[in-house]
Write a protein that binds this ligand. Structure first.
Ligand SMILES: Nc1ncnc2c1ncn2[C@@H]1O[C@H](COP(=O)(O)OP(=O)(O)OP(=O)(O)O)[C@@H](O)[C@H]1O
Length: 323
């Protein structure tokens, strides 16, 4: 990530251990450690009187205000968790500059792709379904997430649930996507426009699923991007069950996140119904067991029948010899 002049100035003013007090609301925050840095500012884990929070500090009043606006709008969407909760908005005054900041819910966990390391298709199914549910909430509230990438998708440490971070890229449906990362952008791969519509986010979901299957991001070749991506999808055992669904998301065939989620669920149901080689082996063994059991039973009945017959002959012989 490029660091501009103002981000460098900002970083000179901030360090772990520093306690800042908001100019207006007078709440204090002690910076614990840096969580990350984006184009619009730096995010710190900080301690407040109410517990730990994520504090985003920036140099540009306008971009911080825009992010705050988006977070405020999200909080109006009842009953849905769209982004992190917003707690406080204020300014930190130093001797030389004024640093606007906001405090939000600290979401603890690891990013989507890191979480998927050494995990199989079942986890990929569970997490992608959760992610699609989150995106569906966004779309239904009239937004496209836009800058969907592993860093912005956290799988929480407590209950492995998917949460979305960084509202900087969220764009109203129908407008041009505000912020994107080339690799996850369908325009870059020649697969459509940057118009904010659900299929824009679904392309990024497909790219992230591909990310989970390879240790490094794919380098885009010279030819047709789609053929290259399709090849990567078919070569991966992790992605095999979702192959057709990923390709559909790459080619914009799903209109909503719900459609993609239902396709994943449908695929899983049919996968469970199809007997696997192991299932077949188990039922073959069971069949052998039952057959042997029947054979043994038949042999015993034959033996009993012969014994009864011999006994009858013996009784007959005795009665003839006696009379
Ligand atoms: N609420 C939060 N809880 C936990 N970590 C967070 C939170 N918000 C941000 N982070 C961390 O801080 C990093 C920087 O976040 P930020 O939103 O500033 O920018 P970004 O997504 O990296 O980049 P850009 O500004 O270019 O979109 C994130 O990648 C994430 O690791």
């Amino acid at each position: 990530m490029k660091m501009n002049g103002s981000t460098a100035n900002l970083n000179q003013e901030l360090y772990s251990g520093l306690t800042i007090e908001g100019k207006w609301n007078k709440k204090t925050y002690t910076l614990i450690r840096k969580l990350g840095e984006g184009v619009t500012g730096t995010v710190y884990l900080a301690r407040s009187l109410d517990g730990n929070v994520a504090l985003k500090l920036g140099m540009d009043q306008m971009s911080i205000a825009q992010e705050v606006n988006v977070l405020k709008q999200f909080s109006k969407v009842q009953g849905k968790i769209l982004g992190p909760c917003l707690f406080d908005v204020d300014d930190h005054e130093t001797r030389v500059i004024s640093i606007p900041f906001y405090a939000m819910e600290y979401i603890q966990g690891v990013n989507f792709v890191t979480f998927m390391k050494n995990r199989g298709s079942e986890w990929l199914f569970v997490l992608t379904v959760q992610l699609l549910n989150r995106l569906e909430d966004f779309h239904q509230a009239g937004w496209v997430f836009g800058d969907l990438k592993p860093d912005n998708i956290i799988v929480t440490s407590d209950e492995a649930s998917v949460r979305l971070l960084d509202v900087g890229g969220t764009t109203k449906l129908g407008r041009a996507v505000k912020e994107y990362t080339e690799y996850y952008d369908r325009g870059y791969w020649g697969r459509g426009s940057r118009k904010a519509e659900p299929s824009y986010d679904l392309f990024s979901v497909a790219m992230m699923m591909i990310d989970c299957a390879y240790p490094e991001q794919i380098k885009k070749g010279k030819g047709d991007g789609l053929s290259q991506l399709k090849r990567m999808v078919s070569q991966s055992p992790l992605l095999k069950p979702f192959k057709d669904i990923i390709v559909k998301a790459l080619t914009g065939e799903f209109e909503t996140a719900g459609e993609m989620r239902n396709a994943l669920k449908g695929e899983r149901i049919s996968r469970k119904r199809k007997p696997t080689i192991r299932d077949k082996e188990v039922s073959r063994n069971q069949y052998k067991k039952v057959r042997n059991h029947h054979k043994k039973k038949a042999r015993l009945t034959d033996l009993l029948f012969i014994l009864a017959f011999v006994l009858l002959l013996f009784i007959l012989y005795l009665s003839i010899s006696l009379f």
